[in-house]
Ligand binder design. Sequence first.
Ligand SMILES: [Zn+2]
Length: 151
Amino acid sequence: MSVTDVGKKATVACPFCATLNRVDLGRLADRPRCGECQRPILLDRPIAVGDATFERVIADTEVPVVVDCYADWCGPCKVVAPILDDFAHDRAGEVLVTKLDTDRNPATAHRFDIRAIPTVLVFWKGRPAGRQTGVLSRAQLDALVDAAVRS
Ligand SMILES: [Zn+2]
């Protein structure tokens, strides 16, 4: 076990059955599967979080967590979505990228005072460490996450 394998565990909800799973982001090549339904958990793309799972995902993930707060009717959110997709793909194993439907998860949206979308939140070591509202570029997203990790 090398140093780079330490501290890369994440907790995510299975996209199919919503069961919370503990996954090792240092071993994505092993293609993690849900312990409940056995379907693959793909972590090179944003994975949904909601009111029921948010707390656990943030508290039990050892890498920075990006939360894309969006709604289906939001045009600018559709501009940001592919940037998040690319980011999740490029930084898989290093950053956990999640998405929060603010219409379906009002408690979490209220808790973090999401007044406009898209808003990107960054959590590091279980705490809020960065946020930006409005359309952001890939470079801005990388900078936001990198600044959060240094904070
Ligand atoms: Zn499952």
